[in-house]
Design a protein around this ligand. Sequence first.
Ligand code: UDP
Length: 475
Amino acid sequence: MNSQPRKQLHVTFLPYPTPGHMNPMIDTARLFAKYGTLTSVLDSTTHVIPFPAAKVGLPDGVENIKDGTTIEKLGKIMHGISMLKDQIELQFQDLQPDCIVSDMMYPWTVESAAKLGIPRIFFYSSSYFSNCVSHSIRKHRPHESFVSNTHKFTIPGLSQTIEMTTLQLPEHLRTKTPMTTHFDAMFESESASYGALYNSFHELESEYKKLHGSMLGIKSWTVGPVSAWVNKDEQKANRERKEDLPEEAEWLKWLNSKKNESVLYVSFGSLTRLSDAQLVELAIGLEDSGHSFIWVARKRDGNENVDIFLKDFAKRMKENNKGYIIRNWAPQLLILDHPAIGGIVTHCGWNSILESLNAGLPMVTWPMFAEQFYNEKFLVDVLKIGVPVGAKENMFWASIGKDALVIRKEITNAVVKLMGKEESTEMRRRARELGDASKKTIEEGGSSYNNLMQLLDELRSLKVSKVLSGKRLDI
Ligand code: UDP
């Protein structure tokens, strides 16, 4: 036992390899490092655990969920990640951290932390709202009373009336799939944690934070938006790998030629690839809207015809100065900050939502799968800064067949409603207000700032009491 407790906290962050989970966790770890801890799994103390690519039949370098261009590849990547459990456990034993901040995808870290007698903090990479809705549906199963998949029901237990259909719920809730057990374990592990960390902020979700506390009976801290807090201009550019950004200068030149708030940014996040038919519908829907757009089209395996279509389309859009297409990956933080951007089309991934919100932008909501339909409800019905495109069915992008789920007319209508300034004046005002609040909350004295300081203080006190008593903590 040390007689003098070390003041420095040692916190180990365990990220899940997909941008939507890794980006916010790494940003949070950087905040911990900045405000008084030594962190593992990043910067100078990153511990790299090699991915067993060969063992799961993948080429070297394919180890991130975002590289899963087919269901088969995705399955192998997920299997490879699950094989790392023992090595990660050993790493925890070696590191002897004071606390583990674990991605939600590793429910077993509850036991790892218990063995070490340290707190485990559950890191959730989406909204309180989505988690509350998910808990309510899992508990009350309101969708099971209806024969029709398209019948609207109200989510029980919320103060607002939020309506959804069975088709909009994640597949693992509608039917028992192998993922059902995984998600059950994941949600249960949250309640079994010392607390939870949310990339959200008081001014955005205080009501749902409270509800979350009463539903799960654990405490949580809102410390977001972490990306805005920790990524200043240069870091925004450096978040991406340089080889992913061959078009950087050109897109910037193009945006610089556009009027303020006149361009729509269109992106479906790091995972989703559109089907050929959907891609064509989107292209024509955007063109028909008459508004300028910058669109990130992720590459999908084996769609050469679409490559040809997109090349022709991009050429035509360039000639009439209406659209700019980025193939595969965009420097999203930089684009969203550009004054020419006036709105976005989003798949309702929580990070993209927070990043757009920080830039004060209203959104066309086009959820695809997972909890994205819940986030859509939050944007449209609670915050009132979203125009729904009319997505009806929650389906993992790679399982969607050949048909387009959203047709060109629906896309055009939503874009015109958002970018036509008269109809969206109020929405823009609210989005700007939330953008301002998201900037203030991370400044010294703001609520996210204070929450992070409180959390660090609490972890330090726990560490001191553990060292002084010479015992494991019963956490
Ligand atoms: N992202 C990016 N460039 C892209 C696509 C995505 O930088 O071309 C980033 C985006 O800024 C966000 C993350 O990847 O931080 C995606 O997370 P989100 O929660 O929005 O959606 P997901 O990819 O998990 O569906």
